[in-house]
Design a protein around this ligand. Structure first.
Ligand code: SF4
Ligand code: MSK
Length: 665
């Protein structure tokens, strides 16, 4: 590689958009959102974009910036490096406690979602869940095996019942290790054991973290964050992984499938139903019923041409990956969907649902329906999902939407903007697409990384944040990385940002560097892979473990030329995800502002230098987007150097002997 080229690659900021160019008054990079905003502004409708302008973030920070403690009634205490709280708590302790509590909340959200799916699996196995069945038996057997369930020639139903019981027990387990950590490379498991952070049970870790951060308990920042790591690991290798595995078992393991995205997928002449939140169960049933003959006829009797089910946020990702249902937007698109005036009904379950939807829906004809026992919103109609009558409830909801079709007001504005995408890259499908039905394997991916056609793999995940231009950071990083031969994998709202900007189709390989393009051409994949919803970040953990297992790229996840970025994060779940990736050996960068723990040098040092020493991964906050890009590339190149694969090799065919030799590199 020429010095010039090397310099450009290692300092991409010098040839790309500067950070100041990135900060603009534009609230979104999504043209559909901008078009609609013009429309709603003239109607005096207030959205999250307006509220973000009207209300600046609290400069003290009720915890997010780490300097404010409100853990007891002697506070809130606002501290500095040279000033403690009333009880004597230092800035480091307070910053660590605040971050730890965010992580506990994020891990709880994912894990409670996983718990519900474990319960549902049991109900399905016992025939108590109307209309639901085990759709992927092979995956059930694999998951059961990972949980130590006896398989033999037992009935599927019995295996499923035992699997559900075992999965549920992982939440309340008090001692020992949660079984799913066995999926991680052996060396990684030893690192966790050495540092005493192997999770015992999901609930146990969360409760202990909440206890330790109570006033007057754990006061050593590093010690507090060790428990935060243990809790986050119980999410990634526990709650989230359980959610992903069981969703696949019940609703099928995703395979690549084409779809379309953005608000243009709402239909003027059909009954539009938006599913929003994170849980797949009710939404899968609603999506399946959208072409039910009787319901379609009913819709026609009310003047509509059909029933159009679309999605927002991660519920959208779930039904997209399995049924090709169109995601019409990510987190910051939820209000805009209603503002089209074309949504008859929005049904929400849990997480990332703005309370503003309740008031907004009243200004249109949209019916807002809450469906989870855990979530009610003022102004919404509550129709609680119950497994025993899931199909009946779904039918009632669809009928309610149909009945509402005639109430549409005159003003309907659907931006005619759509993009094509391909979604559904589960780890099983990635293995299959790389090696074919009879030789499925990660070998071709490892070889492409070794010979430099792919420089590394970067996960760009997480939310939108109204403090930043919607999708801009996701899109910038994705573009710049694929151009330099880094394969990008995405989940959550980050995935939907890329889908909307059109880089999740094989044709987008034209934006990729020559090396990555050659892989996309050979395999027929986009340069940016959609791996699913937020809980599906656990798929990335599985891929990383299988890549290590395949050989040639070191013995542990921390040896791999990979990194993770959450450029527009806003949810506490993102902090849990970032922490479990760092503790699994991945270099993780969070961008945007405010920066948690920014005020505490002590905590920043723990999460970077000390975590690197202990776990081989670290979590860093970097507000400058060019610096994020530079740092990620620098990190991946340092890993390539350590593996001695930094010099671009000519492509060679590996025979068995060569492969065995690679395992010893
Ligand atoms: Fe203040 Fe200490 Fe109470 Fe926090 S725990 S509010 S620092 S007195
Ligand atoms: S929905 S957690 S805004 S990714 Fe998963 Fe999007 Fe973040 Fe919610």
């Amino acid at each position: 590689m020429s010095n010039d080229k090397k310099e450009k690659e290692n300092n991409p900021g010098s040839e790309t958009q500067s950070y100041s160019d990135m900060v603009s008054d534009m609230v979104s990079e999504d043209r559909a959102i901008l078009e609609l905003l013009e429309c709603v502004e003239s109607e005096g409708i207030c959205t999250v974009f307006d509220r973000a302008k009207q209300m600046k973030p609290c400069p003290i920070g009720s915890g997010i910036s780490g300097i404010c403690c409100k853990n007891c009634a002697m506070g809130p205490c606002r501290v500095r490096e040279d000033k403690t709280g009333l009880c004597g708590a230092t800035l480091g302790t307070i910053a660590a406690r605040n971050l730890a509590r965010h992580i506990a909340a994020g891990a709880s959200a994912h894990s409670d979602h996983g718990r519900d799916l474990a319960h549902l699996l049991g109900q399905v196995a016992e025939g108590k869940a109307q209309g639901l069945m085990i759709k992927d038996e092979l995956k059930l057997l694999k998951f059961a095996k990972n949980l130590g369930i006896e398989i033999g020639d037992r009935d599927t139903k019995d295996i499923a019942i035992d699997t559900a019981k075992k999965a549920l027990s992982l939440f309340g387990q008090q001692e020992g290790e949660i079984d799913l950590i066995n999926i991680a490379p052996k060396k990684r498991q030893e690192i966790w054991r050495k540092n005493k952070v192997v999770p015992r049970g999901v609930d146990r870790e969360v409760v202990e973290l909440m206890h330790r951060t109570h006033m007057g308990v754990d006061q050593d920042a590093e010690h507090i964050l060790d428990q935060a790591v243990r809790t986050a690991l119980s999410d990634g290798w526990g709650g989230s992984m359980i959610a992903t595995e069981i969703t696949d078992i019940l609703f099928t393991t995703p395979q690549a499938l084409p779809a379309k995205t953005n608000l243009g997928m709402l239909k003027k002449d059909e009954v539009n139903i938006v599913v929003h939140g994170h849980e797949p169960t009710l939404s899968e049933i609603i999506a399946e019923l959208s072409d039910d003959k009787e319901l379609v006829e009913y819709a026609k009797s009310k003047g509509a041409n059909g029933i159009n089910v679309v999605g927002i946020c991660c519920t959208a990702n779930e039904v997209l990956m399995r049924q090709g249902i169109a995601p019409i937007g990510n987190f910051l698109s939820q209000e805009m969907a209603i503002a089209t005036g074309a949504v008859e009904l929005m049904v929400v379950d849990i997480q990332c649902i703005m309370q503003a939807l309740g008031e907004l829906a009243k200004k249109y004809h949209t019916k807002l329906v809450t469906s989870s026992a855990k979530c009610k919103i003022p102004g919404a109609i509550h129709m609680e999902f119950e497994e025993e009558k899931g199909v009946d409830i779904a039918r009632q909801i669809i009928k309610m939407a149909i009945d509402n079709f005639g109430n549409r007001k005159e003003r309907v504005h659907i931006p005619e903007i759509t993009s094509d995408l391909v979604a559904g890259f589960s780890h099983e499908y990635i293995r299959y697409m790389l090696g074919g039905r009879f030789r499925e394997s990660f070998r071709p991916l490892n070889d492409a990384i070794i010979d430099g056609r792919i420089q590394g793999v970067v996960a760009i995940v997480g939310c939108n944040n109204a403090r930043l231009t919607q999708d801009r950071y996701h899109n910038f990083l994705t573009r710049e990385l694929i151009k330099r031969d880094y394969l990008v994998v995405q989940t959550g709202c980050g995935a939907l940002a890329s889908a909307k900007c059109g880089v999740m189709i094989p044709e987008a390989m034209e934006y990729a560097g020559e090396g990555l393009k050659s892989i996309c051409e050979a395999v027929g994949i986009p340069p940016v892979l959609h791996l699913g919803s937020c809980v599906d970040n656990s798929r990335i953990l599985t891929v990383l473990s299988e890549v290590v297992e395949e050989g040639g790229l070191g013995e542990d996840i921390s040896d791999l030329p990979v990194a993770g970025i959450a450029p527009e994060w806003m949810s506490e779940k993102a902090l849990s995800i970032g922490t479990y990736f760092a503790a699994s050996g991945v270099y993780v960068v969070f961008s945007g502002e405010p920066i948690p723990v920014e005020s505490s040098e002590e905590v920043k040092d723990i999460m970077t230098r000390k975590w690197e020493e202990k776990y081989g991964g670290r979590l860093e906050y970097v507000s400058n987007i060019n610096e994020v890009l530079n740092k990620v590339i620098e990190h991946i190149q340092s890993r390539r150097k350590a593996l001695k694969i930094d010099v671009k090799k000519e492509r060679v065919l590996f025979d068995m002997e060569a492969r065995r030799a690679l395992k010893d590199v």
